[in-house]
Design a binder for this molecule. Sequence first.
Ligand SMILES: Nc1ncnc2c1ncn2[C@@H]1O[C@H](COP(=O)(O)OP(=O)(O)O)[C@@H](O)[C@H]1O
Ligand SMILES: [Mg+2]
Length: 310
Amino acid sequence: MPGLTQPPQAITGPAVAAGPVIAVRDITKTFGETTALHDVSLTIARGEIVVLLGLSGSGKSTLLRHLDGLDRPDTGTVTVLDAPVSRLHGRPLRALRGQVGFVFQQFELVGPLTVLENVLAGALFQMRGPRLGLWGYRRELKLAALGHLDRVGLLTHAYQRADTLSGGQQQRVGIARALMQNPRILLADEPVASLDPESSAQVMALIREIAIDSGLTVVCSLHQVDLALSWGDRIVGLRRGEVVLDTATQGLSKQNMMEIYGRVTTSTAELGAIDTELGTAPDEPDEQGEPDEQGELDLQTFSSARDNRR
Ligand SMILES: Nc1ncnc2c1ncn2[C@@H]1O[C@H](COP(=O)(O)OP(=O)(O)O)[C@@H](O)[C@H]1O
Ligand SMILES: [Mg+2]
């Protein structure tokens, strides 16, 4: 077969070969005494599903905010869809942001408004002036919004108040709202940090499905190693504002995974937990999975315990 002898570029196709969708070069960002990002470089190709993984304070949100020009670096450059984001202002910046959807940790819905109105708000950047109620939107936009609600499984909730939905449903509305922009890139900042594990898994699966269907490039921050490993194609680990890891997730061994924990975590308690997982700690946890009070720490509990310490 000719395909087998072709070089990788031929398999990925000309659209990918055209250049990266996101190129971050040597950016450093300080807030007063705090260095939020230090010499960060990152290149992301079209269609990649990338997790930014790191503890609270490691710089994930700051990096995401640089990608749509909400923050500007002290030094270095950010290029998104061939635009020099860090130097854009006004209309060109708004035009770029129109191509970059954003999903927030706290959903950022307007609770008393309907689900449909919240989704429609994602199209506001295309329109002039404020909208009051549903009649302010063109019919095509309403149909598009209903289509996106169908896509996230919430069509029957379109006319319900947003604040009557569960957390997982609200985040699905957040995704539908981001899709209203017909974005080429989707940024998500800890989109499931406020959700229970089951809703988290559903929301992450949905983002992945939509990204693959629509050829979106996704950059999503997470602090849970296990979720990052199961969800992303590539993990970029941040620690204290520096990239300490950049790896594809496919084919990683458990040992590799534990090394990832080692790179993105910092405290001795966390390193102790890694030892426990690897079975190198002095007190081995019970093989049957019966938690012993101090030793056993599964990855999920590990993540939540870490969060609670913030
Ligand atoms: N607007 C800001 N003003 C001052 N410090 C900030 C600001 N934004 C972020 N930081 C600091 O930068 C570091 C990285 O923060 P952030 O990007 O929010 O991390 P993460 O999203 O990984 O939790 C933290 O020390 C944080 O306190
Ligand atoms: Mg953050």
